[in-house]
Design a protein around this ligand. Structure first.
Ligand SMILES: *[C@@H]1O[C@H](CO)[C@@H](O)[C@H](O)[C@H]1NC(C)=O
Ligand SMILES: *[C@@H]1O[C@H](CO)[C@@H](O)[C@H](O)[C@H]1NC(C)=O
Ligand SMILES: *[C@@H]1O[C@H](CO)[C@@H](O)[C@H](O)[C@H]1NC(C)=O
Ligand SMILES: *[C@@H]1O[C@H](CO)[C@@H](O)[C@H](O)[C@H]1NC(C)=O
Length: 211
């Protein structure tokens, strides 16, 4: 009985693994209950939950599942396992010549887009409602809620690195906070707390948390 169960478990694991298009790194812990998929982002390869190839690969696999119009899932809620950093911006090594990744540079399905851009675009197109719960790819979600804890800071920080916001960040932001404020926050790289973010429309609601 035990052996039969074990081989059943192995068989279904193999099925799942072979169904995934990209390598799996286990950086997304999902709980699927009553139509709500809770996705906790836990990048064990990075102390700041860096939006690196591990998360991108796991997210691409998850998105593929959700794109198949999984009618059992109506809402996907993203949260972070890292109290200090919801997600840290993209791994800038990505731009170095010779950077090796198991992911393609351009998305095979959307060849005009680099892989992370296609990933975020696909999140905006999911049939499910997507919600980011922030206590520490926000803009590609449909809704955002953030804790008023001082550890919550939003920023469009690329300009301070001498870059411009990639993956359509400025375009998504301008739909939320308008053209004038988008220029202000993109050009300044200001830190934005949750209360300010709510006032200007960057997030839906700021809420107090006890911790
Ligand atoms: C969620 O669970 C339902 C059955 O309970 C299953 O049909 C569905 O594929 C699951 N979806 C995901 C994304 O895990
Ligand atoms: C999911 O639904 C959308 C919109 O109805 C449709 O365009 C798409 O082809 C469907 N995808 C799958 C995998 O069935
Ligand atoms: C994240 O994953 C690590 C390694 O599996 C685990 O020890 C840790 O508890 C996880 N964090 C949370 C908040 O679940
Ligand atoms: C995005 O979705 C398209 C289908 O619309 C698919 O071909 C492509 O592989 C997806 N890419 C990612 C990174 O999810």
């Amino acid at each position: 009985m035990f052996c039969a169960l074990l081989s059943l478990a192995l068989a279904s694991f193999a099925l799942l693994a072979s169904a995934a298009r990209y390598p799996s790194y286990g950086t997304l812990q999902t709980i699927n209950s009553s139509g709500v998929l809770n996705v906790m982002i836990n990048n064990t390869y990075s102390s700041v939950n860096l939006f690196d190839l591990h998360i991108q690969s796991d997210l691409a696999n998850l998105i593929e599942t959700l794109q198949a119009n999984d009618t059992d899932i109506r809402v996907a809620v993203f949260s972070s396992a890292n109290k200090d950093s919801f997600l840290a911006h993209i791994n800038i090594n990505y731009f170095l010549p010779g950077y090796e990744s198991p992911l393609p540079q351009f998305d095979p399905g959307l060849p005009g887009m680099v892989f992370p851009d296609a990933l975020l675009w696909n999140i905006t197109q999911l049939p499910q409602a997507t919600i980011a719960v922030i206590e520490g790819f926000l803009m590609a979600c449909d809704m955002r809620f953030a804790s008023t804890s001082p550890s919550v800071i939003l920023s469009q920080l690329e300009t301070s690195l001498g870059a411009n916001p990639g993956a359509a960040g400025a375009m998504y932001l301008s739909h939320l906070i308008g053209r004038g404020r988008t220029f202000e926050y993109v050009l300044s790289s200001y830190d934005v707390d949750a209360v300010t973010a709510e006032r200007i429309g960057w997030i839906n609601t700021a809420f107090a948390t006890s911790s």
